[in-house]
Design a protein around this ligand. Structure first.
Ligand SMILES: [Zn+2]
Length: 190
């Protein structure tokens, strides 16, 4: 059974490999090497989900100049906290709160779910923060129409439903606080 330490290690590995792949993609024209690195990252994904890090299908003539611009704004995701939920169907599910791939983006952007479907722990599902309500579930004093109050929207991978259905976490590992005050309140609450 996957432990919190193993889930955190997996997430750190994926974040590092995604950043390395991104650096390679934007500083090289070797598409075979890019594909190899992206495939290495995707080995850690399951449930039909793939990493957001991918290369352009065809490289433009100005690929390396574009790359210089991209690398000014792209950076490794930040890992804020990981919660463990014990579910009936999937066993332990770890919910990681991470930032986006944009440098200087220091607050919640995505939730990555780690579970073991029989081949070892993988990132099996991704939910992104709902931008309409910024994760609060409320817009204009009413239930947010876009996320139905969940605050998060599924992007791909396993459908575990509304993330609120996971219930209460049985273990929480705080790694670093987000900068946004709303998300900081969530971070500190549990
Ligand atoms: Zn919403």
């Amino acid at each position: 059974m996957t432990t919190m330490d193993q889930a955190v290690e997996l997430l750190r590995t994926v974040i590092r490999q995604e950043d390395e792949a991104q650096q390679l993609i934007w500083t090289s024209t070797d598409t075979a090497e890019m594909d190899r690195r992206v495939a290495e990252v995707n080995k850690h994904f399951g449930g039909g989900l793939l990493s957001e890090v991918a290369r352009p299908r065809t490289l433009r003539d100005d690929h390396l100049q574009r790359g210089q611009k991209q690398l000014r704004v792209l950076g490794p995701r930040l890992l804020f906290k990981v919660e463990r939920y014990d579910t009936r169907g999937l066993g332990p599910v770890f919910r990681a709160y991470v930032s986006s791939h944009l440098k200087d983006y220091t607050t919640y952007a995505a939730s990555l779910l780690v579970a073991d479907q029989g081949e070892g722990p993988r990132i099996v599902s991704q939910y992104n923060l709902c931008w309409t309500c910024e994760g609060s579930g409320k817009a204009g004093g009413k239930t947010c129409p876009d996320c139905g109050g969940a605050g998060w929207l599924r992007v791909g991978g396993l459908d575990v439903g509304d993330l609120r259905q996971l219930g209460e976490p049985v273990e929480v590992r705080k790694i670093q606080p987000p900068s946004d005050s709303k998300h900081l309140a969530d971070y500190e609450a549990r």
